[in-house]
Write a protein that binds this ligand. Structure first.
Ligand code: ATR
Length: 281
C-alpha cells in the first residue's frame, strides 16, 4: 500500500518539503507520497488527535504548529522534549511519536559546509530568540560550545533562553550587538532580517575573527546580505538551504525505511525551484 506523509503547517503552499521528499521517493523507487496539509490554527488540535486515522504514516510540522504537535504526541525524542517543539511525526502502534530534527539539520549543515567550525570554538553569537534560535542554541550547547551570546530585539526573549539553557547563554540587547562580535568565531542569524521582502541585516563584520564562520537560517534569498558581506571579508559562509535538506533526512527514514542522502543533485533541484520562483536573489 502506498505510504503517505505530508507537511503540516499554515500556510504550506511555499514549502519545499514535498520537492525534497518527492525527489528521494523517486530516487529510491519507493511507493510513497508526500503532500501538503494546510491546517488552520483552530483546527490543528483536532487534526492531530485524529492523525492515526488520517491515512498518513507521519509527517513534518512547520510554523505555526510545532508546539501543538509537541502537545499532541504520546512519545517524544529527547530533543523535542527539551525544546517543546516537534517537527517530525510518525505513528507506532497507533500512537503519535514526535521528534525535533531542526537541531540535527542545523548541525549537519554546518558539519558539511564548514567541517572545522567547532575546532577550538570559543564564543558564538546567535541573532534572534524565536523557535529557530532555540533549536540552534540547543544544538550548539550539545556540541560543547562554552558561551553563546544571544542578541535579540526583544531582550526578554533572549533572557528566556538563558533561563531555559543556563549560564552558557548570555542575553545581549540588540543595540549592544556590535560590541559582542569581537573575536567571535561563529555567527548565526535566525532572525527574519535579510529574508526577501524584509530589511537586510546590516552588521559591521570587521571585528569577527578572520577564521569565523557565518551562517544564516534564511535561504530566500540563498545568498543573504549577511552572507554576501561575510564573503566579501573572506569569511567562511554556510547558507540556510542545507538546514532544510538535512532536517528532512530522519523523517524520510522513519516513514519510508531508507536513509536518504543530501546530495549536490538535490540541492540543485531546490535551487532551480527557487530560481523559477524568482527567490534566488
Ligand atoms: P522563528 O520561530 O522562525 O525563529 P520567530 O519566533 O517569529 O520565528 O522569531 C523571529 C526572530 O526574528 C525574532 O528573534 C525577532 O525578534 P523579536 O523577538 O524582537 O520579535 C527577529 N526579528 C524579526 N524582525 C526583526 C527586526 N526588524 N529587527 C530585529 N529582529 C527582528
Amino acid at each position: 500500500m502506498t505510504r503517505r506523509a505530508c507537511i503540516i503547517g499554515h500556510p504550506v503552499a511555499h514549502s519545499r518539503s514535498p520537492l525534497v521528499h518527492g525527489f528521494w521517493l523517486n530516487q529510491h523507487g519507493i511507493d510513497g507520497e508526500y503532500g501538503r496539509q494546510d491546517v488552520a490554527l483552530e483546527a490543528i488540535d483536532g487534526f492531530l488527535a485524529g492523525f492515526a486515522t488520517s491515512g498518513y504514516v507521519g509527517g513534518n510540522v512547520t510554523v505555526p504548529h510545532k508546539e501543538a504537535a509537541f502537545r499532541a504526541c504520546a512519545e517524544l525524542d529527547q530533543v523535542a522534549a527539551a525544546l517543546g517543539a516537534v517537527n517530525t511525526l510518525w505513528l507506532e502502534d497507533g500512537r503519535l511519536h514526535g521528534a525535533n530534527t531542526d537541531v540535527h539539520g542545523f548541525l549537519a549543515n554546518l558539519d558539511a559546509g564548514a567541517p572545522d567550525w567547532a575546532a577550538a570554538l570559543g564564543d558564538a553569537v546567535v541573532l534572534g530568540a524565536g523557535g529557530a534560535s532555540r533549536a540552534i542554541v540547543h544544538g550548539l550547547l550539545s556540541r560543547g560550545i562554552d558561551r553563546i551570546a544571544v542578541a535579540n530585539r526583544t531582550l526578554s526573549r533572549a533572557e528566556a533562553l538563558r533561563e531555559q539553557f543556563g549560564p552558557r547563554v548570555v542575553p545581549v540587547a540588540w543595540r549592544d550587538l556590535a560590541g559582542r562580535l569581537a573575536g567571535c568565531r561563529l555567527l548565526v542569524n535566525t532572525t527574519s532580517l535579510g529574508m526577501k521582502g524584509q530589511p537586510p541585516l546590516d552588521l559591521d563584520l570587521s571585528a569577527l575573527s578572520p577564521d569565523a564562520v557565518v551562517t544564516d537560517a534564511v535561504y530566500v534569498p540563498l545568498e543573504t546580505p549577511l552572507l554576501r558581506a561575510a564573503k566579501a571579508r573572506g569569511l567562511a559562509t554556510v547558507d540556510g538551504l542545507g538546514m532544510l535538506l538535512h532536517q528532512a533526512v530522519p523523517g524520510f527514514e522513519r516513514w519510508f525505511g531508507v536513509r536518504p542522502q543530501v546530495t549536490a543533485e538535490l540541492r540543485a533541484l531546490v535551487i532551480a525551484d527557487l530560481a523559477a520562483k524568482g527567490q534566488l536573489a
